[in-house]
Design a protein around this ligand. Sequence first.
Ligand code: SAM
Length: 320
Amino acid sequence: MIDEVSNEPAESLDSTVHVPVMPSEVLSALDVRPGMIIVDGTLGGGGHSRMIASLVGPTGQVIGVDRDPLAVARTKETLRDLPVHTYAANYADIPEVLAECQIPLVDAILLDLGLSSDQLADRERGFSYLSDGELDLRFDTSTGTPAWMLVEKLSETHLADLIYKYGEERYSRRIARRIIQERQARPIRSARQLATLLRQCVPRSKNHSIDPATRTFQALRIAVNDELKWLEVALRRFPACLKPQGKLVVISFHSLEDRIVKNAFRDDPRLEVVTRKPLRPSDSEVESNNRSRSSRLRVAVRNDRSAEDIFVHAPQPGRR
Ligand SMILES: C[S@@+](CC[C@H](N)C(=O)[O-])C[C@H]1O[C@@H](n2cnc3c(N)ncnc32)[C@H](O)[C@@H]1O
């Protein structure tokens, strides 16, 4: 399963064009009530934060975090009348953000993974296949390596492995070979140039629902942002930030992410899994917001046992 985001750019950059997915499911999973403190670890266009903030009210607060400083700057403006405090940070650093706010424990943490329609709309960043801007694909351009550089520098084998591992693309070897040929003739710098090449060497899916470029773009985006690593780190750190009975809600968009969330929830003794199977969007939501169609929402709750109960009094190997 892949993130079937249509990479058509949207129109505006001044206000958000992102439509939050599974809104009612998110609110009921978070069990939002007045006075709560809730962290939105993927603020994006602020759609989820806005809804949550209006329910926690003036006695509560939302801590909105995003790795994309441009998204934070824009969304901070649009949410200024609500009890939302925004931070440009990696969600893996939420414990540090909370320490800075002097908040020891929170009622819930939400992650809505992947990229936003606003990032897709920005033709300078390479997320859209039609973008003539640099193939960058970083959420935060102040760190890491832009995607065009990976495409330029990696060996054929390394490129093929990356596209297979993070894009689950069965034509990865063919694609890597074609990229090497192309880059020997001219540098591959724009998203449009790469997408055109991919369309020439990957067959269209049967019902044309997935663009041939989708899996390779997903792979490069995951690689340049180290998305799976940060998700694993964050899920290990979050339970310690939650009050007893605090909720952890994660929306993922492809099987690589969903597997990490499922395993992290199942294997952490501090958490009880609420959703054995992930919740899916309703047919009517998928009809009105195509982006929601691959979303999967999982919920876990911090159990009441203290860390001491779990880690000190847990049965030791070889002892009864
Ligand atoms: C699907 S959008 C979130 C949309 C948001 N829920 C809304 O309603 O507008 C995902 C966001 O997560 C951000 N993001 C991705 N990885 C991140 C990370 N490791 N830390 C913080 N934000 C991250 C992206 O920059 C993007 O803005």
